[in-house]
Design a binder for this molecule. Structure first.
Ligand code: ADP
Ligand code: NG1
Ligand code: MG
Length: 463
């Protein structure tokens, strides 16, 4: 059987030919029927605001997850094998044994994939489920998105799993719906994320960054300035977001900030689960929301008892109403700082979009990225010493702006540099920044690379 590999040629180093071979070796010499490719992303601005209901500005990158797939009719199992590393063990599960509750127990690679399988099955109605009851799957996975580095390897994997399952079942879905169900089912792993990663992975267009709005989900394509390029570099510190409660603590702090302000304003505070809902119900501007933060949230940390007292609830009630399963033991919350970051970052995102629309100066865009990073470090406290060193290096080398991208606590930075000097810039990071650092055997081209907006997810059927 002939496979046309040209659809992945833009994704350097994705060994699709090897994947096909690995598939055949793993699954009794049968060949894949179809392939799914889903890209990672870099977020230019609007960091840690999607789960508060605010808009973001990411673009897809060339690095991607690729799944080779075949349906089976003689067994009702999902069989997984992964070419990336031996750490990712083979897994075989009966489809009826996969359930959402068990997935948050461990953020293993296969559990991310199973989130997608469940997400796809939840999309089916009863009749459709009955019609596919004898279908099982063989899946082989590879990819080159640096994992746990803020480039959204997790969402590319989950979204690919949703697509691979729905396509196998022959169930059509719109791109917006696909993004929404992929975001929902990734939460089964335990992280209470927003929908940025899945929305861009599915809706990206080559050559465009996108502004993504939520509630309802909407995607608007944006041209980036011609005179600037974006360079991604790894700090070498990794952070799996589902392995600690740091990410969810931020989500919860934003929720509590919203509810504490709402209570003080005599609003229905239980409904104010995200900051954007509070803003909407007050019909306020972002500047007015910033004012409210200063008026109603103190800078010192809040204890859990203090939050309970303000909201007039017991600790158990607070756990139930506002916290996630892995944040019930958190004892202190920084509400002022987190809410201030979100409202100011939402403003920066709006300014960034306006500048892109009006062909604004690259230096002004860069300044917004710098301010975003400072806020993530100082107010949101999700930077890392290695990220700080890398940001400082990029700024010294002349980047217009530089910030951490994704959730932080490690992972990558994105630097905006003049198109004329991109090659020189990448060379300096490569030759000077990484020269004396332990790079854990990673290829230098994976550590730092210039990137331009890539295409969203696609499926290729083998002829
Ligand atoms: P990211 O910022 O990359 O999205 P996350 O902490 O959200 O980081 O998710 C990282 C996890 O996603 C990894 O620990 C692994 O379980 C899974 N993952 C990422 N890439 C792959 C891959 N190529 N194959 C299998 N699992 C992967
Ligand atoms: P990463 O770091 O790529 O896992 C996470 C969230 C995003 C967003 C960013 C911060 C998930 C799946 N992803 O991305 O929704 O909140 O952090 O802007 O939860
Ligand atoms: Mg992720």
């Amino acid at each position: 059987m002939e496979v046309d590999y040209t659809w992945v040629t833009s994704s350097d180093n994705v060994p699709v030919q090897k994947l096909e071979q690995h598939f055949r070796e793993s699954f009794e010499s049968v060949s894949p029927e179809y392939y799914i490719k889903v890209p990672g992303r870099v977020n230019l601005i609007g960091e840690h605001v999607d789960y508060c209901g605010y808009s973001v500005f990411p673009m897809a990158i060339d690095q991607c997850i690729v799944v080779a797939a075949k349906r089976t009719t003689d067994r009702h199992t999902v069989e997984l094998t992964n070419l990336c590393t031996e750490r990712y063990e083979n897994v075989s599960k009966n489809i009826s044994d996969i359930n959402a509750e068990s997935l948050s127990k461990s953020p293993s690679w296969s559990n991310y994939f199973m989130c997608g399988v469940i997400g796809a099955r939840e999309y089916l109605n009863k009749n459709q489920l009955k019609a596919v009851e004898n279908i099982g799957f063989l899946f082989a996975i590879t990819g080159n998105i640096p994992e746990s580095s803020g480039l959204s390897s997790s969402s590319a994997l989950v979204t690919a799993a949703v697509m691979a399952t729905l396509i196998g079942y022959g169930v059509p879905i719109s791109r917006l719906e696909l993004a929404e169900i992929s975001a929902k089912c990734e939460r089964y792993i335990g992280t209470a994320g927003g929908g940025m990663d899945q929305a861009i992975a599915v809706n990206a267009k080559r050559g465009y960054a996108a502004r993504i709005d939520f509630n309802p989900l909407a995607v608007k394509q944006f041209r980036l300035p011609d005179d600037a390029k974006f360079v991604v570099a790894q700090s070498l510190a990794v952070k799996n977001k589902a392995a600690s409660n740091d990410f969810n603590t931020r989500v919860v702090e934003c929720r509590l900030a919203s509810q504490v302000i709402a209570k003080q304003l005599n609003l229905e505070w239980k409904q104010m689960t995200v900051l954007a809902t509070l803003q909407k119900s007050l019909d306020n501007t972002l500047d007015q929301m910033i004012e409210l933060v200063h008026q109603h949230l103190h800078v010192d940390k809040y204890s859990k008892s203090e939050v309970c007292e303000i909201l007039s609830v017991s600790k158990d009630q607070l756990d139930e109403l506002s916290l996630t399963a892995n944040t019930t033991d958190v004892t202190e919350f920084f509400l002022h700082q987190r809410a201030l970051h979100v409202f100011e970052e939402a403003k920066r995102m709006e300014e960034f979009c306006k500048l892109c629309e009006n062909f604004g100066a690259a230096s002004d865009l860069g300044k917004l990225m710098d301010d975003s990073h400072s806020s993530l470090r100082d107010l949101y406290q999700c930077s890392h010493p290695d990220l700080e060193e890398l940001v400082a290096f990029c700024k010294r080398e002349g980047a217009y702006g530089c910030k951490l991208t994704g959730a932080g606590w490690g992972g990558c930075v994105v630097a905006m540099v003049s198109s004329d000097v991109t090659e020189r810039f990448v060379r300096s990071v490569r030759d000077q920044y990484y020269a004396n650092r332990e790079t854990c055997g990673k290829h230098i081209d994976q550590l730092v690379f210039a990137t331009s907006p890539s295409e969203g997810a696609c499926c290729i059927h083998v002829k």
